[in-house]
Design a protein around this ligand. Structure first.
Ligand code: NAP
Length: 306
């Protein structure tokens, strides 16, 4: 397939290009090719490229800065996504898009008052501008009527760019003590895993197309899914695992003391959810994919850094 991938300088964009590059013709669109802060240019550019599939990992991801740049965040995360969906609809091609745990309020509990994982049918109620603009993008895709898959992911890291894993490796090498939030819960998710599962699903789309059963495939699969690594932790325990595994892998020679702190003592401009746990049953059931535990994907990512 000829696949247009946006945001190729980002963590997930790079992993997607690496994973899909051998099997498909990739049009790697950075912001010089497709500037998503100018949504009105998007449809014409996509038409010119004429892909068979659009994958959109690009986003305005500066969660705190979005509080003071809501228009730019909305242009990239809502209006440009609406334009990609319009292009997909008019060109009769599918759109694969990524969204976030931040569309939820992050306070879901079960009957015993314990934090419970979100399912895709839970209502969205974002706590911050970034989450609102991402929820807007999702909604625009659904309203467009294009063939689409929306994958909500969380706590993304990779060997590339700016992310929690690389920041912790740097700080762990420099400091004797790290104070890390221990009362927010979710699944650290490797962009390598997200790209790999996306590639498995694209293979299914391709097979259905070749078997002339695309119509049926999309009827059964179109929609919104959680796509994160399996398991649950908090930022502090994630940091402990990073340091422990990085030392075993020879990436760190020393290990700082790691102290848990409540989120309330680490204030940020944007509010963040306490509960980012995303249920994976729908993804596994509908696509038949298996999802690695977060510890396994962490080790895979550390091996790439070696
Ligand atoms: N990172 C996380 O923890 C996390 C959590 C949940 C969901 N997600 C979602 O997962 C997806 C991938 O995230 P990521 O971590 O890979 O993001 P990332 O590393 O921050 O990359 C974002 C990409 O978007 C591009 N971009 C930003 N503004 C643009 C514009 N105006 N025009 C064109 N491209 C633009 C960036 O290009 P430049 O390099 O030129 O700025 C970059 O390539 C996103 O949809 C994000 O919302 C991420």
């Amino acid at each position: 397939m000829k696949i247009l991938i946006t945001g190729v300088s980002g963590q997930l964009g790079r992993c997607l290009v690496e994973r899909l590059g051998n099997e498909h013709q990739i049009i790697a669109a950075d912001r010089t090719v497709l500037d998503l802060s100018n949504p009105e240019t998007v449809v014409a550019t996509v038409r010119e490229i004429a892909p068979d599939l659009i994958i959109n990992p690009a986003a305005y991801t500066a969660v705190d800065k979005a509080e003071s740049e809501p228009e730019l965040a909305a242009a990239v995360n809502t209006y440009a996504v609406a334009a990609l969906a319009e292009a997909a609809k008019t060109l009769r091609i599918p759109l694969i898009h990524y969204s976030t745990d931040y569309v939820y309020a992050g306070n879901k509990k079960d009957a015993d008052g314990k934090l419970a994982p979100y399912t895709e049918s839970d209502p969205v109620a974002p706590l911050n501008v970034y989450g609102q603009t991402k929820a807007g993008g999702e909604q625009a895709i659904r309203e467009s009527g294009c063939r689409h898959l929306i994958f909500r992911t969380s706590w993304v890291y990779s060997p590339y760019g700016k992310n929690f894993l690389l920041t912790m490796l740097k700080l762990a090498a420099e400091r004797e003590q790290l104070n890390i939030v221990n009362d927010q819960f979710g699944a650290p998710t490797s962009a390598i895993t997200v790209a790999d599962i996306t590639a498995q699903i694209i293979a299914q789309i391709n097979s259905a197309k070749e078997a002339s059963s695309a119509e049926n495939w999309w009827t059964a699969h179109l929609g919104t899914y959680h796509l994160v690594n399996a398991g649950v932790t908090n930022w502090c325990d994630f940091t402990r695992a990073i340091v422990q595994e990085a030392r075993l892998a020879g990436l760190l020679t020393t290990g700082p003391e790691i102290k848990g702190i409540p989120a309330i003592s680490y204030p940020t401009p944007a509010k963040r959810p306490e509960n980012s746990m995303l249920d994976l049953s729908k993804l596994k059931r509908v696509f038949g994919v298996s999802v690695p535990e977060w510890q396994d994907s962490l080790n895979e990512c550390l091996r790439r850094l070696h």
